[in-house]
Design a protein around this ligand. Sequence first.
Ligand code: PMV
Length: 325
Amino acid sequence: MTQTATATAHPNIALVKYWGKRDRALNLPAAGSLSATLGPFRSRTTVTWGADRDTFTLDGTPRDGGPLAQVSTFLDHVRAVAAAPLGGAAVISDNDFPTAAGLASSSSGFAALAVAATAAAGVELPPAALSVLARQGSGSAARSVYGGYVEMDAGVRPDGEDAHAHPLFDASHWPLEVVIAVTVEGEKDVSSRDGMNRTQQTSPYFRAWIDEVAPAIAAARDAVRERDFDKLADVAEASALQMHASAIAAVPGVLYWRGATVEAIHRVRALRRAGTPVFFTVDAGPHVKAFTAPDAADAVAAALADVPGVSSVLRARVAGGPELL
Ligand code: PMV
């Protein structure tokens, strides 16, 4: 019996952000979130069970320490549900998008790993359980188990079995494009995990931020259903700014923005004021992601490439879910 499988998954960008946990050990979100899955970027992961120990190769380089430990801990969840002992796994993964793009490679990486590791183990999980599994690698990965527009539920159960994503609409429902304005390259100095923990523990605005999430999700869900660009723009920009406001108010402040981030936000606002359908969002990094209509994407890309401090622009569009190859 072959015990190997390969899967691909796309990263996603949250329109209503996830920032804070209700349980750190189980990686349970403090509130829901809503995202769009984005291609053509993808992670591609091959898992082969039956090894003496776990190994992890990312983009051609064998990884030890933290990254390997994270993958191993994740694989333990698969070992726990498999019918027979699986042994160690050789995990080989690559991303076809630059880490510098600030797209959460953990979202596509853990979604692809969840699909490949279970398939190789002969474990068939319903999609919600696959999302629960992916969540244990990274919160945003729970959403990359689906394509299109996706909602993540915070759930209420202590075991987190109800903390998973569900699909809202296929990519074809509203094929928006995304222009990513890459500003400062290189690793960020505070991970999303540390940033959200510090915000939760020290920011006086954390509670206020969490209180905004459920109404924002309801509004974003309606906006996507109605394909109401202005409504989605307002709710997505507010969610990003509120998330960052809560983080900036932590002690010490968690500040992911650089000068070019602010300049790119102003450029997006100017474009929208002038009638271009475009809005911005920013994740736990300095880059600006601009959602736009397909026929405006060239103009948005040109305008953002022209912002001082923007080193490059990347293009993406709403895409489908993981694939088992
Ligand atoms: O899933 P994580 O731990 O990579 O955290 C994701 C945090 C944000 O990207 C800032 C927001 C989100 O909902 O994706």
